[in-house]
Design a protein around this ligand. Structure first.
Ligand SMILES: [Zn+2]
Length: 324
């Protein structure tokens, strides 16, 4: 009885109202917490913090996955575009170069130059039609005739001369200078074992030739060509040594091989190499020698080059050198 009475007392109406009020407050409170979680703030409740952190991570994970998926789909799209392009290119070979230069920017410059080169060849614009012919191993008894032929075609050339030959043919040296050709140095011995003995033997031979040229023609030249070309004889330390002395070392990029062929084959060799000249950023430098057999076909070479619109000019000390 007493217990029933107590129970009956506990559930009096005003107490029910109180309990309901408490429940309402709890409901409100928990609703607020849910909102807090949703906004990932909940700074007071550590559990909510963790939960919100997990939620954030999950969102980021999904984001990454979305990114990957989108990049994969981008890749697929690119591949599809490329395949389509290739198909189009093989179908329309005429527009192939144009497509490439428009779509592949790193190659744009190169493609443009190749295109320009084609235009230049057709129109004969000076830059692409400038040729630097060079004669090694002189001067000698052929020099005068070589100079006459060069004058005939209004051509300028560069002569890399051996010191003993300069002393033997001093008038040939002064004639070169008077006719506006460039004069350079080819050393003294023209013997691999002697000149390439050390970096100082290379510098020594070039310096001796330089002094002789100054004495004969009053010209100071830093232009040099080492015998047989820089490869494989010139070691890095040799290059450093000639650089330090201010010499400008020239190799060549068109080899006539006139030392090897004695019946004018070198003329066609030069023309062939000009036709397929691969060095877009280099001046065209032709190697010739002051040999009788070269002189014999020099007229033919100069005539053909002139007909093709080439202008023969002399190397200068300001130019960037061509080396192997
Ligand atoms: Zn030589």
């Amino acid at each position: 009885m007493e217990r029933q009475k107590k129970t009956r007392n506990w559930i009096k109406p005003y107490e029910i109202v109180g309990v309901l009020g408490l429940l309402l407050l709890l409901t409100l409170f928990s609703t607020m917490m849910v909102i807090d979680q949703g906004e990932a703030k909940a700074p007071k409740d550590t559990h909510s913090e963790k939960q919100s952190a997990i939620n954030t991570e999950a969102i980021e994970e999904n984001g990454k996955r979305d990114e990957n998926e989108s990049s994969i789909s981008d890749e697929n799209e690119k591949q599809r575009v490329e395949v389509t392009k290739k198909e189009n290119q093989s179908d329309q070979t005429l527009t192939e170069n144009e497509d490439k230069s428009e779509t592949v920017s790193p190659n744009k410059e190169e493609n443009t130059q190749i295109e320009n080169n084609g235009d230049l060849n057709d129109q004969g614009i000076l830059n692409e039609k400038t040729l630097y012919i060079t004669f090694d191993d002189g001067p000698n008894e052929n020099t005068k005739s070589i100079l006459n032929l060069l004058n005939k075609y209004n051509a300028k050339a560069t002569f890399f001369m051996l010191e003993p030959n300069m002393r033997k043919f001093p008038e040939a040296v002064t004639a070169m200078v008077e006719n506006g050709h460039a004069v350079g140095l080819h050393g003294v011995s023209h013997n691999q074992e002697v000149i390439y003995e050390s970096s100082q033997s290379v510098v020594g031979e070039m310096t001796k030739a330089q002094r002789t040229l100054e004495n004969i023609a009053g010209i100071h030249s830093d232009l040099i060509r080492v015998p047989y070309g820089s490869v494989p004889h010139m070691k890095p330390s040799y290059f450093d040594a000639v650089d330090q002395k201010g010499f400008k070392l020239w190799d060549w990029n068109i080899d006539s091989e006139d030392w090897k062929f004695h019946h004018g084959e070198f003329v066609q060799k030069v023309l062939n190499q000009l036709e397929e000249f691969p060095y877009q950023h280099e001046p065209k430098v032709v190697l010739l020698h002051e040999k009788s057999t070269s002189l014999q076909y020099l007229d033919s070479l100069l005539q053909k080059l002139t007909d093709m619109g080439y202008q023969m000019q002399a190397l200068t000390e300001q130019m960037d050198t061509v080396t192997f």
